[in-house]
Design a protein around this ligand. Structure first.
Ligand code: NAD
Length: 501
């Protein structure tokens, strides 16, 4: 990283972001080095609809090199004292924060997410995850087992080996740290497959980590799913796959892990319900819907509250209030400090969202309310979408049942508590859910009844360091973000029995 100006040099953050970009174009990070790839593919800057740069289009050969480097580094890293591994990860957290502003710019440019409302916060949470997991090295403990008086029986925790970590584009830095921080602290080495749509902030963060890690402990390859992700999942030296992304690719990855009988963690899609009761603090619930639906991320969130069930007695004021709040959001240039909402990430993703909007527009019973104003000058208009509310649509519509992954939420009134819980659970997903009420009994009964892995009352938090996070049903397998996730998903337990005589 010596050819980059230091973040504290007083240089303009946009120049620093450009320097990162220039360094990371067309490369992978393998064995501690920046390695140019033989082939490259274009990365779009969605708010400008022009090429941001080119990234590696890696295939089996690059994957082979990265896995070999990770394997070679494995033994020494596993033998490094756990607290020293943690200290390295914590040092990287501080270094990441020192580069937060240029990296937030890079992230905003490649994802189209607004820097003020999304990207800076993402950097902070990513660093916090490194900090938190870095402190958990001494928690890699085993147990003593009651067995026989003439034996001493214990369990120990061991690293798994080379971890394949496959990332999506929507929150790449947070999702990267959820995987690599616990994996590294637990003594594994890692090959990250960055999202080809938004790889640069991931590469930059890995470069920062690499300054604190031995070569080969953390490697990053970029490429498409079939050309790069698939050979990584199929590689015989990969000991575990951890994946965040779509349900469809999750199935493919699960099958690849099954073929080799290796463990896999999957964080997949969602269609999360938010239930608003009649006794609610309306303003708070409306704010909760704006946050919970992640409208500032253009709804591109797996936990987005995309099904709102609002008690009929407060339905009309709730819809009016939410509409007013969304009308006030500034949609525009992700780099502009005034902007609340940036773009959709890509033309393909926008086309997906628009397919659902067309279904809603064509449904005779539905009312489609597009909120806020699309941006005027300074950006390319192509990938901006207004926050959209869909009312009265048939509950069987794909708009209600399927993940849209855009700034679109359906709102339905309810009258009966048991019936609304049934509706909320009428989904193949089970990622997140929330209940908004001041009635403690209802809140407690609701949290028990809701079939989701991340349930909140009067709150719409996203993933938080230290709180186990992971979906039920077709939303995935396994947990992230917590000590439990590190122990269960990045170590294996060995039972050791010693006869005393
Ligand atoms: P995606 O599944 O299309 O791609 C995710 C990653 O998988 C990319 O890096 C892609 O290149 C790779 N990939 C694709 N095919 C592959 C294959 N055959 N083998 C190996 N890797 C392959 O998802 P996306 O469009 O990048 O992200 C959006 C999806 O991610 C949404 O469905 C969203 O719900 C989900 N998501 C889930 C969570 C969560 O925590 N549950 C968080 C964020 C996003």
């Amino acid at each position: 990283m010596t050819d980059l100006p230091a973040a504290d040099s007083g240089a303009d953050p946009s120049d620093l972001a450009a320097a990162w970009l220039a360094r990371l174009e067309g490369v992978n990070l393998i064995d501690g080095a920046v390695v140019p790839a033989a082939e490259t593919l274009e990365v779009l800057e969605p708010a400008q609809m022009r090429a941001l740069g080119r990234t590696a289009a890696s295939g089996a050969a690059e994957v082979e090199a990265a896995v070999a480097a990770a394997k070679a580094a494995g033994e020494a890293w596993a033998e490094t004292p756990a607290r020293d591994r943690g200290r390295a990860v914590q040092a990287a957290a501080r270094a990441l924060m020192a580069e937060a502003e240029p990296l937030a710019r890079l992230l905003a440019r490649e994802t189209g997410k607004a820097i003020r409302t999304e990207c800076r916060g993402e950097l902070a949470v990513a660093a916090d995850l490194l900090e938190m997991f870095g402190g958990l090295g001494s928690e890699l403990k085993g147990e003593t087992l009651p067995f026989r008086p003439d034996t001493f029986a214990v369990t120990t925790r061991e690293p798994l080996g080379v971890i394949a970590a496959i990332l999506p584009w929507n929150v790449p830095l947070v999702l990267m740290m959820l995987k690599i921080a616990p994996a590294l602290v637990a003594g594994n080495t890692v090959v990250v497959k960055a999202a080809e749509v938004a790889p640069f902030a991931t590469l930059a963060a890995a470069e920062i980590l690499n300054a604190h890690l031995p070569p080969g402990v953390l490697n990053v390859v970029v490429g498409t799913g079939p050309d790069c992700g698939q050979p990584l999942c199929d590689h015989p030296d990969v000991a575990k796959i951890t994946f965040t992304g779509s349900e469809k690719v999750g199935e493919t990855i699960h099958a690849a892990a099954a073929r080799r009988l290796i463990p896999v963690s999957l964080e997949l899609g969602g269609k999360s319900p938010m239930i608003v009761c009649d006794d609610v603090d309306l303003d708070r619930a409306i704010d909760g819907a704006v946050t919970g639906m992640r409208f500032t991320r253009a709804g591109q969130s797996c936990t987005a509250a995309s099904r709102l069930y609002v008690h009929r007695s407060v339905y009309e004021p709730f819809v009016a209030g939410l509409r007013a709040r969304l009308d006030a959001l500034v949609i525009g240039d992700p780099l502009d400090e005034a902007t609340d909402v940036g773009t959709i990430v890509s033309p393909a993703q926008k086309a997906t969202v628009e397919r659902y909007l067309s279904l809603a527009d064509a449904a005779p019973e539905a009312e489609v309310i597009r909120c806020g104003a699309l941006p005027g000058t300074g950006v390319a208009p192509d990938l901006f979408l207004q926050p959209t509310l869909i009312l009265h649509i048939d509950a069987a519509s794909p708009v209600v049942r399927e993940e849209i992954f855009g700034p679109v939420t359906v709102i339905q009134p309810w009258d009966d508590w048991d019936a609304v819980l049934e509706q909320a659970n009428d989904t193949t997903y089970g990622l997140a859910a929330s209940i908004w009420t001041r009635d403690l009994s209802r809140a407690l009964k609701g949290t028990k009844a809701l079939n989701a892995g991340f349930v909140q009352v009067n709150a719409g938090f996203t993933i938080q360091p230290n709180l186990s996070y992971g979906g039920f049903g077709r939303s995935g397998l396994g947990k992230e973000a917590s000590l439990e996730s590190m122990l269960e998903h990045f170590t294996r337990k060995k039972t050791v029995i010693m006869a005393m005589d």
